[in-house]
Write a protein that binds this ligand. Structure first.
Ligand code: BGC
Length: 274
C-alpha cells in the first residue's frame, strides 16, 4: 500500500459550514462531526456562549477551524449578520445545518400564543431565513468542484414528530410538520442550482430537551417501550447522519428525510400483531 492511503482526503475537507444552535446537544455533536470530517464550522448560539467558545477551542486544539457567532435564527438581520461573519471568517459557505430548535410544551387549552409563536418562529421561520440566505450564497457562487460536486447542501433538522402526532406539544409538532414540507419544497426548487436539501428526523436522543423522559431508570424504561431498537439515541447517531448527508457520498439524494430513531416511527405498539 502506498502513502496515499494515509493521506486520504476527509469527507468534508475544506468545506465551510454553519450549524445553527451548534453549541449544545445535537448541534454540538454535529459541529464536532463536521470538524472531524475536515469542515470549517461556524458555531451559532443564542444562550450559553461559554459552551460555544469551549467547543470552538476544542476544535482548534485538534487542528480544525471554527468560530462562534451569536445569532437568533428567527431574526432576519441577525441571520444576515451570521452569514456575513461566515463569509468573513471562511470566504464562503458550502453546508448549512438548520438545527436550532426548542420546545415550549403545554396542553392546548393552556398553551399561550407566545408559546405557539416562539416555537414556530425559531423552529420553522428560523429554518426559512437561514435556508434563504444559504441558497442566495450557493447560487451566487455555483459549484466549486475542488470542494464538492454540488453548489451547496442544506440539512433541516426535523423530528419523528413530523409524522407522529404529539399531544401536549402541538406547537412543536406543527413546526416540525412544517419543516418537512419546507425541506421538500426547497429541494424541488433548488435542485436546478445543484443544491441538495435533506432532512434528519431524530427520535429520542439523550439531550437536555428531553431530560425528563430518561432522567430515572423507570422513565427510561417507559421511553424504551417506544423504541424497538432498545436504546435511547446518542447525539453522535445524528452527527454521523449529518456528515453523510453533507458529503458527496450522498450525492443524488435530495428531498429525503432520514429517520434516525431506533424504529420509533415503526408503530411498535403493533409488534405483537396489534
Ligand atoms: C423531541 C424530544 C423527544 C423526541 C421523541 C424530539 O423531537 O425534541 O423531546 O424525546 O422527539 O419523542
Amino acid at each position: 500500500m502506498n502513502s496515499t492511503a494515509n493521506t486520504k482526503k476527509r469527507l468534508l475537507e475544506g468545506q465551510r459550514s454553519i450549524v445553527t444552535g451548534g453549541n449544545t446537544g445535537i448541534g454540538a455533536a454535529i459541529v464536532e462531526g463536521l470538524a472531524e470530517a475536515g469542515a470549517r464550522v461556524v458555531v451559532d448560539y443564542v444562550t450559553e456562549p461559554d459552551k460555544a467558545e469551549a467547543l470552538v477551542q476544542r476544535i482548534r486544539d485538534n487542528g480544525g477551524e471554527a468560530v462562534a457567532v451569536e445569532a437568533d435564527v428567527s431574526r432576519e438581520e441577525q441571520v444576515r449578520a451570521m452569514f456575513g461573519a461566515a463569509l468573513e471568517a471562511f470566504g464562503g459557505v458550502d453546508i448549512l445545518v438548520n438545527n436550532a430548535g426548542l420546545q415550549r410544551d403545554a396542553p392546548l387549552t393552556e398553551m399561550s400564543l407566545d408559546d405557539w409563536e416562539t416555537v414556530i418562529r425559531v423552529n420553522l421561520t428560523g429554518q426559512f431565513l437561514c435556508a434563504r440566505e444559504a441558497a442566495r450564497e450557493f447560487i451566487r457562487r455555483g459549484v466549486n468542484p475542488e470542494l464538492s460536486v454540488s453548489a451547496g447542501k442544506i440539512i433541516c433538522m426535523s423530528s419523528v414528530h413530523d409524522v407522529i402526532p404529539w399531544a401536549g406539544h402541538v406547537n412543536y409538532a406543527a413546526s416540525k410538520g412544517g419543516v418537512a414540507m419546507l425541506m421538500k419544497t426547497l429541494a424541488q426548487e433548488l435542485a436546478v442550482h445543484k443544491i441538495r436539501v435533506n432532512g434528519i428526523s431524530p427520535g429520542a436522543i439523550k439531550t437536555c430537551i428531553n431530560y425528563d423522559s430518561w432522567m430515572t431508570p423507570e422513565r427510561e424504561a417507559r421511553l424504551l417501550e417506544l423504541i424497538p431498537y432498545g436504546r435511547v439515541g446518542h447525539t453522535r447517531d445524528i452527527a454521523k447522519a449529518a456528515v453523510w448527508l453533507a458529503s458527496d457520498e450522498s450525492d443524488y439524494i435530495t428531498g429525503a428525510t432520514l429517520y434516525v430513531d431506533g424504529g420509533m416511527t415503526l408503530y411498535p405498539g403493533f409488534e405483537d400483531g396489534g
